[in-house]
Ligand binder design. Sequence first.
Ligand code: FE
Ligand code: CA
Length: 521
Amino acid sequence: MMHRRALGRLAVSMALMPWLRTPLAAGVAAAPWRSQPFTLGVASGQPRPDGAVLWTRLAPDDEDFFTDTQRKTVAVSYEVYSDDALRRPVTRGEVLTDAQRGYSVHVPLSGLAPDRPYWYRFTSGDAVSATGRTRTAPAPQAAVGRLRLALASCQHYEQGWFTAHRDLAAQDIDLVLFVGDYIYEGSNPRRMVAPAQRRHTGGIPRSLAEYRARYALYRRDPDLQAAHAAHPWLVTWDDHEVVNDYAGGLDPKGGDPQLFLQRRVAAYRAWFEHMPVELPAGQQPGVPMRIHQQLSWGQLADLWMLDCRQYRSPHACPDPLRGGGRILLGCAELADPARTLLGAEQEQWLADGLARSARGWKFVAQSTLINPWGVVTPLGRSAYSDGWDGYPQARERLMTALAAAAGANVVTLGGDVHMAVAADLRRHAGDTASPVIASELVTTSISSRGLSDTVVDGIRQSNADIHHARADERGYTLLDLRAERLEAQFRTTAHPVLPDSRLQRQASFVVQRGRPQVERG
Ligand code: FE
Ligand code: CA
């Protein structure tokens, strides 16, 4: 595997062996640290039946670290245990990292037992990281009774505290799904919270160094660190990991495409360097970088995590001056069947997977709201061009794939709109004669501000399939799946600007097996 080789793993998977010292390569610093290098915490992700990916990144406060040539290559050890007291070692090993990869560390573990928790930490020289907890997925054929998830997205640093992550970290769940807007590149002066320390540092990122610094700022948040340390995550991105409302390789502001692609390479690399992910064999961080993936949870569920940005067609009927998404009325381009949101390859991959899946439930996790959410006006229905509404032919094909899913029980999961939504997905939205083929649950944002109540009222009035829509509170969504039913709870706070606010249940919904309608729980 390309990435594994590139990481320069010296010795791995000495499962159940005594601690062995691995000789350090020339130039590797094991010297005492002048300050703690594990300032960004630890993380894990992509659980499989035999392993998961462990992550950390060295980022000491001491700026000399980044200029000291003696420390060009640094050895980092990882340790995995089967108990939270770290008494029963399972495996350990050492990897090398360097400036080229931003001192990030990704360790794809294998050889672990299925369906159980593990604890891990990193060391480097005399420094020791926080301890994280991860877990493996059940074996593919295992009869599994339950899967508990948290669904989260949209965490603007300047618009609220990450209180939702503190609540999420304390939950007894198997996995966190993060569906995009992990960082924001821009600021909105009207939406900043009061404390002056809650501000982006640096300007709008464009270079790799600037994107790295933005991720590092977010990752220093203790609540976000707690959520990563407590559970494995499965992640995708949306637009703000690069720039608001970009589409594929196109600069939303209509800038030089070559320059934009360079910026996208930098942003994608920085994303990779901060996420607990392993890229498919042969892929380098940058472009193109396949991040969509599928995960199975025993015989209980299949889950697809999609990439809604990298392969999409340009926005329909764009405003040549402003660029990006806009509200459309009467745009003939929307009818063009060649326009795509997922790209032809990913679309086919999802359709094939859904048609083949023999598991009881199917989760399709992606970045945004799939149901139409335009409003009825005297000039016709409005459509926001940056979401699925801006790609209606692609949505039509998605509906066909969802309707054809083997054994039904399809639930789509999304974020992006800063609004908690529970809705039915009909073959033809809003047409009560058309069958409900899936259920849709969209999480509100962790901290990013939402639309006004007036706008949300309008959305609800014009879209009968949307049974719940609230944009006034911040939080995340808890999902509790058993063979017979899925329970979803929107956990929110109205006060993300207060550091000590508590999350509460805003609403709960249930989806029964064999009945795709969302019902109030
Ligand atoms: Fe967002
Ligand atoms: Ca977004």
